[in-house]
Design a protein around this ligand. Structure first.
Ligand code: PHE
Ligand code: NA
Length: 445
């Protein structure tokens, strides 16, 4: 058997895993979710969930991957078998669904990159920016072309393989994104009227919190940290035993969360400064930020850089989603990396078409009262990811606990002092809390 490919270094792994985590979930989704769910209270609940359940599931996934050195389905089959590989199978299904609509939004960022160069966005009037965005996403053709371009790029990186494709790209781009965000935050928080937005994000109003809010925060935590579908199992499977896996999980969680908070501090002050509605939903980033750029010297250059980096952040995430599926076909079905990447990429592109069209032509077409895009988002982030996380926790806590402890200690032979705390979370707290929040959010309890 050929030896499994490994990440080039610990930093390479952290940046690739952070590249998976940091994406549209942080910059596009988090601010509008916080905006729709009351701001500060949402942020606090989100942080609480991330650093308890999120961090624990992150470590659980990485450990499963490293112990098995297998893809999401194969890892469960190798470590235990029985019905467990179904958890990985749901993950693969979630990967198809998530990438299909993720790529549509990522396509929007490419289009906005182009629009910033041509000057089409250099407009100070927020209402005009709103109609540009609305007109663009409702167009039956143009968003699909960008969706195709984005999927093609994703396929290209994945078929280039782990080290030379995924790792190399993440190493350069993550730091650049961080730096640009800092610059933009300074502009946003110094806009006249920005203070209200800062207060909205940082002072919690718990009167608006319901179980639906908590369940939104939980879904967002899973989505943002790339958890519940085996992305971190897959990336963990390329991790060598020499690396400190727990500290890597901690870094990835911290980086992802910092970028989400930074994006909130970038978007929400601007939303208030320009008199937008914070609960405007998915268009928030694409309408507000161009208005911020229009108020900056050399705004078009900043706009271009921003949408470029957002597109790249989306690319490193999309790559990890596609890799979940491709790793399965390569490991367990004997299909070539190239063949698997292209075939799966085409299927996901096709699945994304109705999501894109639901913003215009197919706007009236509803399933369970949701448009196609919203339905894909709902099924994956509200159901599949948290349920996946629940079973991943149970698996590590109850099925492979002894081996998992050894794996955590593999790099230096020392079992860390917090191991039993983690044990209690994955055995009891995470599964119970996820089940409870899910049922409450669905209105079943
Ligand atoms: N975490 C990514 C983001 O925030 C999206 C993602 C979800 C990636 C699930 C992998 C798995 O944009
Ligand atoms: Na994220």
């Amino acid at each position: 058997m050929i030896k499994r490919e490994h990440w080039g270094s610990r930093l390479g792994f952290i940046l690739a895993a952070a590249g998976s985590a940091v994406g549209l979930g942080n910059i596009w989704k988090f601010p509008y979710m916080a905006g729709e769910n009351g701001g500060g209270a949402f942020l606090l609940i989100y942080l609480a969930l991330v650093f308890t359940i999120g961090l624990s599931v992150m470590l659980a996934e990485m450990v499963i991957g490293r112990m098995a050195e297998k893809n999401a389905i194969g890892a469960f089959a190798k470590l235990k078998g029985g019905a467990w590989p179904l958890v990985g199978l749901c993950g693969v299904a979630a990967a198809f669904i998530i990438l299909s609509f993720y790529s549509v939004v990522a396509g929007w960022t490419i289009s906005y990159m182009v629009k910033s160069i041509t000057g089409a966005l250099a407009i100070e009037d927020p209402a005009a920016l709103g109609s540009i965005f609305g007109g663009f996403i409702a167009d039956p053709v143009s968003p699909l072309i960008y969706h195709a371009i984005f999927m093609a790029l994703t396929v290209f990186v994945v078929l280039s393989g782990v080290g030379s494709g995924i790792e190399r790209a993440s190493k350069i781009l993550m730091p650049a994104l961080f730096a640009l965000l800092l610059v933009l935050i300074v502009r946003s928080v110094t806009l006249p009227g920005a203070g209200e937005g800062i207060a909205f994000l940082l002072s919690p109003d718990f009167s608006k919190v319901t179980w639906a809010t908590v369940s939104e925060a939980l879904s967002q935590a899973f989505f943002s940290l790339s958890l519940g579908m085996g992305a971190m199992i897959t990336y963990g499977s390329y991790l060598s035993k020499k690396e400190n896996i727990a500290s890597s999980a901690g870094w990835v969680t911290l980086l992802d969360t910092s970028v989400a908070v930074m994006a909130g501090l970038l978007i929400l002050p601007a939303v208030f400064a320009f008199g937008f509605d914070p609960s405007a939903g998915p268009g928030l980033t694409f309408i507000t930020l161009p208005a911020v750029f229009a108020h900056m010297p050399m705004g078009s250059i900043f706009a271009f850089m921003f949408f470029l980096l957002l597109g790249i952040a989306a690319l490193t995430s999309a790559v990890s989603i596609l890799e979940v599926v491709v790793a399965y076909f390569v490991d367990d079905r004997g299909i070539s990396r190239k063949g698997a990447s292209i075939t799966v990429g085409v299927i996901i592109f096709l699945l994304g078409i109705p999501s894109s069209l639901s913003m215009g032509l197919m706007g009236e077409f509803k399933i369970f009262g949701l448009g196609f895009f919203d339905l894909m988002d709902y099924v994956s982030s509200k159901l599949l990811l948290p349920i996946g996380g629940l079973f991943i926790s149970l698996f590590v806590g109850w099925v492979v606990w002894g081996k998992a402890k050894e794996d955590i200690a593999a790099h230096n032979g020392v079992v860390p002092f917090w191991i039993n705390g983690w044990g209690i979370i994955v055995k009891f707290i995470a599964p119970l809390a996820i089940a409870f929040i899910l049922l409450k959010g669905l209105g079943v309890l």
